[in-house]
Design a protein. Sequence first.
Lengths: 307, 392
Amino acid sequence: MTVSLVLGQALNGFQLGILLFLMAAGLTLVFGIMSFVNLAHGSLYMFGAYFAATIATHSGSFVLAIVLTLVLIFLLGLLLDKGGLSILHRRSHLDQVLATFGLILFSNELVRIIWGNAPIYMDAPDYLSGAVNLFGLNYPAYRFAIIVAGLLIAIGLYVLIERTRVGMLIRAGASNRRMVSALGVNIAWLNRFVFALGAGLAGLAGALVGPIVSVESGMGEPVLILTLVVIVIGGIGSIRGAFFGALVVGLVDTMGRVFLPIWLRETFDPAMATAVGPAVASMLVYLLMAIVLAFKPDGLFPIRARG
Amino acid sequence: MIKTSLFLRGASAAFIVSALMWGNVATAQIKVGFMATLSGPAAALGQDMYDGFMLGLEHAGGQFGGVDVEVIREDDQLKPDLAVQTVDRFIERDEVDVVAGVTFSNVMMAIAKPLADSNTIFMGMNAGPAPLAGEQCAPNFFFVSYQNDQQAEGVGKYATDRGYKNVYLMAPNYQAGKDAVGGFKRYYQGDIAGEVYTRVNQPDYSAEIAQLQAANPDAVYVFYPGGMGINFIKQFRQAGLLGEIPLLSVSSFDGSTLPALKETALGAISGSFWGPDFDNPTNQKFVQAFEEKYGRIPSQYAAQAYDGAALLNKAVEQVGDQYQDKAALMAALRQAEFDSVRGEFAFNKNGFPIHDMYVFEVAVDDKNRVSHRTLQKTLPNHQDAYVGQCPL
């Protein structure tokens, strides 16, 4: 075990965390402010990847693909909310889960009808396809770019939420939506903006991840599950919780996958370690969630005074 | 006059219609129940199988041995319970003569028992799990594809031939992954630099790739079918390892994933019994017709299914009018006197093929597309490792 291996893994975990943050930020806002459980958040991520791959292939410009995808998925979010999802806000959580689960199935099939059965092609632009040298460690440039982009977006979100009027309303909505509504704020408009913002961020996450993973039908679900873990750990409705929760989950998942089997091999019989290691490593995140739920049921960074 | 002629016309029309209906009943027909995974993330494999099979049928003149064919197409949705129901329906209600297809081994294992009991002829066109080649082999099963371990064994032999001393092994943590690693080890004689089993459908391999890099192996061998293979090789390349460390594989960078990978996968090595560049006349006809009809390079899955249709055509031709005599048709199938796209082909006693194994490199073909180029033959006339356990 070398320093560069640990550093490399820490960066990998950090990068996974950043992506999870982009997903979790939207989901936690929608859940916290609108009390709307949107399981189809993973489908927006998938659409983001498909849009970006298609735009990148046809235009040849990677930056255009990312920016345009963000805008398009934001608009798609507005459209979805206007076109029916807003009806669900008033319904019970079970109805929301059922309806948005149906949307997952619908989206996966729709993608197959439009783009075909096979995964589609997307690659990093040439200027990001190499490696960058960080303290003697060769790290893939594209992953480094994801970290930088994600941090910039996190700062942008922080400014939006903490320093602007819209952000103030969003925070107020998360604390007590009834009161905000009573004070004369158009809560339907606020909801729609928050939903579309969350959708746009999920689409952006999908677009960024396109060059790393297979762009295929159903790619959103594994990420959605981790995202749900993130918002449970971080505290529902809290952007700060989503950020730190995502980093914790990213780091625990990545570091656990690497170092747990190594540690098991050194401590126990190698044959047993090989058999048990991967299984335990993939459980780690969920164990963490169980522990957090046991000791801090509202998550690590709960929002104050929920109404 | 007018009235009579109208009556006559009507009567003759009715007569013709009823004659046609009679004709339909009397016409000899072979029913094929085709079942594969045609929806969900793995639908591309099932679709290639179906397209290959239908092209084979088309090349046989829309008939098998001069007998009309009806193909009933069903999607198993990769659900073993649904597959069992579908096969029951094929056998009981549709009374099919042949069940064909099956993409995944878990589905195959679920339907093996009812199929074997019914004694319905089964033409396996992809999945070839070990138990069905060994203890649970059945006389009515014909696998025109390959036994699951065979391709991995070919790559193991290749690694030995190339003199690799230290190979790093990676696969998803489920049965097929362990089989693929087991098959490789059977013919690989060097040391194992590491053996890592990852989560099924894991999207991110950065952690494992960093470990792999630290182990500094002579070569890496992976089994990552479908999207997992795409995830892995993109990340392997971004880590700057593709081209540095030889990447050996089975069922990972094949016809189903290359369209999504394109030049990203250049240089990857994979093991199979068939490649689109085989220059035997049967294969050239198949590849050219497939590309014209479907606008893509056929994958191994399409090639296997094409062979399945060709074999059925030949066997029915051999038995002639006796095609409804199961024993006679099975005997004819067993002889396998058809022209396979892979060249030499014979059935072992367990109904699995004895055929040559090859390795291929992902390379640009003469039409400037990313495809497979044959590197070398690894195991000639290769039979599977389980045939000894088959009581037939």
